[in-house]
Design a protein around this ligand. Structure first.
Ligand SMILES: C[S@@+](CC[C@H](N)C(=O)[O-])C[C@H]1O[C@@H](n2cnc3c(N)ncnc32)[C@H](O)[C@@H]1O
Length: 356
């Protein structure tokens, strides 16, 4: 029985919107859509999730030694069909609109229920020798099992422990945070929980991200952060944070150098090399002097290559690269940043940097 079920069974009342409190720090449990992860509040035990410092001097790293990132070539069927119908390449913003709708569908699945249904269907089709239905059900089963493993069991997408390890130790107080290409805004919420009392501005030009991906992000999801009064671990919820969502193009933003932290998660790898200096400039132009930029990009590892192959119809609407930490670090370094910390978390590389 899960922790929540036990509490309900014991007659203890549960708040609808804030089901976890400080008393539950140290817990983890699987919900139908995601993992609740309140383990490891202290920085020491977080470190094992973030293997830092592979490179001691970035000025010595050369492209000829590290090679270029791996390009994911498979395209989602939805994109191929759009291009066949319109007889042109799908425009970049349209490809994000398709991606966000397609990806969001998976976050709202009750995974154990759907897995149960597909197993039932599979048995029924097998019993009647309906081979094309068997094939379709098997495909659904493979996709759901992979999603279950990556998102629920391993918590590889949100990866709160890895993100906390990456974000820890920043010298900021009540920071203003800017999230470029925010999608559902997860990392702005994790940062706001760890560094409370400031403000986070989330920017995405796909309105669906504001209304659905962020708009319907579960309000009961607990973020492990800090109590500003005591410095002790505290549980935070979306509704308690000072978050502002802007539907706009990053290239139109009205801000000056006014943010303590500028972050992007899975943005840089969607731009071919000729655009990367411009993308890095987006991370510099809104930073206060001494501010931090934080970037993550998917790792080039066989598990990730396989994931983007199997999940191609869900994920691959946009140009996408997979890179290793040395390739990513070189993009950041050669575009004028000093790298404060670098390493990898579950499925992403992570870098904390400051403009040189
Ligand atoms: C790959 S997503 C970020 C990954 C995210 N964590 C997720 O779960 O999907 C990148 C986001 O950046 C947004 N984006 C890309 N280019 C943009 C631009 N020029 N202005 C604003 N948003 C942009 C896309 O709409 C998309 O939602």
């Amino acid at each position: 029985m899960g922790w929540q079920a036990e509490r309900m069974a014991s007659g203890e009342s549960a708040s609808d919107t804030h089901p976890y409190s400080r008393a539950h720090i140290g817990l983890t449990e699987l919900m139908p859509r995601y993992r609740v992860e309140l383990r490891n509040p202290d920085a020491t035990s977080l470190d094992r999730f973030f293997d830092a410092n592979q490179v001691s001097d970035w000025s010595q790293v050369r492209w000829k030694d590290v090679g270029k990132p791996y390009r994911v070539e498979d395209r989602a069927r939805g994109r191929q069909e759009w291009e066949a119908k319109h007889q042109e390449d799908m425009p970049v913003q349209t490809s994000w609109e398709y991606f966000n709708r397609s990806f969001h569908e998976w976050f709202v699945k009750d995974v154990p229920r759907e897995l149960g249904e597909v197993k039932h269907d599979l048995k029924a089709h097998l019993a009647r020798f309906r081979w094309s239905e068997v094939k379709a059900a098997l495909g659904r089963y493979i996709h759901l099992s992979l999603w279950n493993y990556v998102q629920r069991v391993e918590d590889g997408i949100w990866d709160p422990r890895g993100k906390r390890a990456l974000f820890q130790g920043l010298d900021v107080h009540k920071p203003r945070i800017l999230f470029l290409g925010a999608a559902e805004g997860y990392e702005a919420m994790q940062l706001s929980a760890m560094y409370p009392g400031g403000e986070a501005v989330l920017v995405d030009y796909d309105a669906f991200c504001a209304t659905d991906r962020f708009g319907h992000f579960p309000e009961t999801y607990p973020f492990l952060g800090t109590d500003p009064a005591t410095g002790q671990p505290e549980v935070w919820y979306k509704k308690q944070m000072n978050l502002h969502y802007m539907v706009d193009d990053i290239r139109n933003l009205p801000f000056g150098k006014e943010f303590d932290i500028v972050i992007s998660v899975g943005l840089l790898e969607h731009f071919p090399d000729s655009y990367k200096p411009e993308v890095m400039e987006w991370h510099r132009q809104f930073l206060k002097p001494g501010g931090y930029t934080i970037l993550t990009t998917p790792r080039d590892q066989w598990k990730s290559r396989l994931y983007y192959k199997i999940m191609a119809d869900v994920m691959n609407y946009t140009y996408r690269e997979l890179m290793n930490i040395r390739q990513m670090g070189l993009y950041v370094y050669e575009n004028g940043f000093d790298i404060v910390r670098h390493g990898f978390i579950k499925v992403h590389n992570g870098i904390v940097a400051k403009p040189r």
